[in-house]
Design a protein around this ligand. Sequence first.
Ligand code: FMN
Length: 354
Amino acid sequence: MERQPGPGRRPGAARWARDGKVVRMSQETDRPLPTALAEAAATAGHAPSVHNTQPWRWRVLPDALELRVARDRQLAATDPEGRLLAISCGTALHHARVALTAEGWRAAVARMPDAGDPELVARLTSLTHVGADPEAMRLVQCMQVRHTDRRPVSDEPVPTDALSEITKAVTAEGVQLQLLDRDQVLELAAAASHAAAIESEDPQLREELTYWTSRAGGAGLPPDVLPESAPETTVPGRDFGRPGTLPVGPGHDRAADYALLYGDEDEPVDWLRAGEALSAGWLTATRLGVSVVPLSGVVEVPGTRQALRGLLAGMGHPYLVLRLGIADPAHAGPPRTPRLAVEQVVDTSAVRGS
Ligand SMILES: Cc1cc2nc3c(=O)[nH]c(=O)nc-3n(C[C@H](O)[C@H](O)[C@H](O)COP(=O)(O)O)c2cc1C
């Protein structure tokens, strides 16, 4: 999008774009709204997603932003119901919301707004400029450094205050986080091993994993973010079916905390909210120096997902398991996992020329 030259820009004025459309300008910013929306969608590209599939597509409209599912990047074998797909879209939605807030924009968010159009997962509308938010700006900085570090954690425990703050960030998104006690961690370990065994015997799942761990082009998982061998841990991490090149070191997960992200309902809109909560908790964790690794294998297999419900005493539906810990400070962690080019995930054709 082209920016109008300085002298012609008057904050608060509507102006005509070359194609005759009125472009809204805010009272407090000289940036056209479509530019802010396109930038927020691009920033949301930092969001985490299952196998780094980035299963979302943004459409920038003159005064709204739409988030759509990219079905071609759904894990058809691993995630036929679209649970992890919706959680992944939720992390992107939260990233975009925070990016807009950081730039001073307040938006109304409609989740799954059109029953006749299930691919449309969210629409952000009614944008008004209310002034930049320093807390959100800090979280945008965290988006740029947040990453998944699959090495064992260090022996330093996660401070209790940090756990409380992460929990608060999750619950503010309407989702719950339950920290597991020692016995529950052992039950989780048994369920995670069982899920891994089931998944490793399924040829379609193996094929899907091979595809996402061997493709180039900005999606999927390159070898340098995957452990070179399975770390010695109580709760097994995902077996990616091939060794990576990330040195794991001698650590263990003794000092790690495990938590269950869960909620009252188990519908696509709840998974979307779970993703928003995951993003909120993970960005807060990043700000506090806490490493997060989602473990979804145990949720992907219906039987072990049911076992997790037991950990919640049947009081909720598990969405994701999280490992929380302090990363090994002595060694560099994994490099950044690549992302798709912005043009592949953000469609600005409706505002081009604005
Ligand atoms: C819904 C969801 C499920 C995930 N499941 C796993 C998992 O089971 N094991 C794992 O190591 N990472 C898991 N991840 C982390 C992703 O692989 C990671 O976010 C993605 O590769 C992008 O890398 P980054 O987080 O370093 O930016 C999951 C992430 C999401 C959002």
